[in-house]
Design a protein around this ligand. Sequence first.
Ligand code: ADP
Ligand code: MG
Length: 190
Amino acid sequence: MAAPKPKKLTLESHSAAETQSLGGLLAPMLVPGDVLVMSGDLGAGKTTFVQGLAKGLGIVERVTSPTFVLMKEYQGGRFPLMHLDVYRLGKVQEVIDLGIDEYLDPSYVVVVEWGDKVEPLLPQDHLTIELVHGGADVRTITLTGKGAPWAGRMDSIKKMVEGLAVSSRASGPRLGEDFQPGSPTESGNN
Ligand code: ADP
Ligand code: MG
């Protein structure tokens, strides 16, 4: 049976604070076992997004870049957060050696910076979050929900983002035009 077409949502952030707000807004939608796969160049704002997300989960500890420690876990929130960064791992084998399977704990939300590099090792059902540097403080952020657990949530996420855009008016994140409502009968690549 064909998988449902992934739903995409494109946003434009104009500041680090706005990117954190977007992360915070996603937090209430998450359930343990969710996997978020982040991509984007150095300085695109991946860690910044996770800072907002952790805060939204009720985690008090400040999230710092796990680039050099590879992985860090945060307790004390609605549920624990596993924050991985595979930037320094050159080969997929190194990520396997790191024991990524053990980190994909179903009682955690798992966020993987540079996760696109190791997508085959990650569950098929996941949310990809792609950040693209748009010059100065502008970042284009594209969320793509892959698999059934995300299909139903993308519409709610879009509504919440629209709420944020309205509440902060002109300075809020701008919503892209490419939201694809999709339907369970449509086919997609994955
Ligand atoms: P990454 O984890 O992708 O390497 P970081 O989140 O560590 O990126 O760094 C992003 C940097 O860009 C931070 O210094 C942050 O303050 C800055 N910045 C400026 N504008 C934005 C924005 N709109 N979204 C996210 N970060 C931004
Ligand atoms: Mg980072």
